[in-house]
Write a protein that binds this ligand. Structure first.
Ligand SMILES: [Ca+2]
Ligand SMILES: [Ca+2]
Ligand SMILES: [Ca+2]
Length: 261
């Protein structure tokens, strides 16, 4: 049928650059940063406590440095944490915010209440050794995976805090023009019945700029009138959201979609 081809319009220079057949990025580029001594992973900052504590003390240890004890939610996150810890101490061991203190065998991880807790045990764990292991750590000895351990054991802890993230101000605005299977821009197919507002326009750049300023604008049509004027129609939806209204027209009509909406 049709595909979306991305055009990047540089906000400052208004130069249109064809990005080829790249798919539209669904998220705006963001730049995140962490305070000194914390390491960035996605939207979070990670750090080990410098002191060793029992499991209860580990939470306080993390709070003291401005974080909370980490409870990883993916293997990727654990791998990042393990790599960070190994770079400090190859035989690291550190608490995470999971325990089965209340009900033996029922694991709870901070911030994961209501969900199935995310647990990746090393082989043979959890074993509740000595009938007295209710707190979870990750360590090199357990192959960067989880082990239940005695809550009074003293070790460091994985702490996490939100990274400070901002949208990149220089990120080009992106529009995607609809093309047919041969890569030709469709000039007679538009998203109909979703107009928020219409205005006379000079072209894609002006209409796209109007769309970025209009709250709720997700895509736009450029329609040529019989008199040769170009009308910019700002839409509150996209062609993928309402395929039934993405229709062939008997007049010149070009559809573009904002990528960052
Ligand atoms: Ca127990
Ligand atoms: Ca236990
Ligand atoms: Ca164990």
């Amino acid at each position: 049928m049709y595909s979306l081809k991305c055009f990047a319009v540089l906000a400052i220079t208004y130069v249109i650059t064809v990005l080829g057949s790249h798919i539209c990025p669904s998220e705006p580029a963001v730049k995140c940063s962490c305070p000194p001594q914390w390491q960035l992973w996605r939207n979070g900052c990670y750090r080990l406590t410098s002191s060793e504590n029992n499991w209860e003390g580990a939470e306080t240890g993390c709070k003291d440095i401005g974080g909370t004890m980490a409870a990883p939610r993916s293997v990727e996150e654990i791998n990042f944490m393990a790599k960070m810890a190994r770079s400090e101490y190859s035989l690291y061991e550190a608490w995470i915010a999971c325990n089965d203190k209340e009900d033996e065998g029922t694991w709870e991880c901070d911030g994961q209440k209501g969900d199935e807790p995310f647990l990746v045990w090393d082989a043979g764990q959890p074993d509740n050794w000595g009938d007295n292991q209710d707190c979870v750590l990750i360590s090199a000895r357990y192959n960067d995976r989880m082990d239940d351990n005695y809550c009074g054991f003293q070790c460091r802890a994985f702490c996490v805090r939100q990274a400070d993230c901002t949208h990149l101000p220089t990120q080009p605005r992106q529009y995607c023009l609809s093309t047919d299977t041969h890569g030709r821009i469709l000039n007679s197919t538009c998203l109909l019945n979703h107009t928020i507002r219409e205005l006379i326009t000079e072209g894609v750049v002006a209409c796209g700029s109007a769309c970025t300023k209009e709250s709720g604008c997700r895509s736009f049509n450029i329609k040529k009138t019989k008199e040769g004027k170009k009308v910019c129609q700002l839409n509150n939806s996209t062609s993928s959201e309402d395929k039934d209204k993405f229709l062939k027209t008997d007049y010149f009509c070009m559809y573009s979609q904002m990528c960052f909406v």
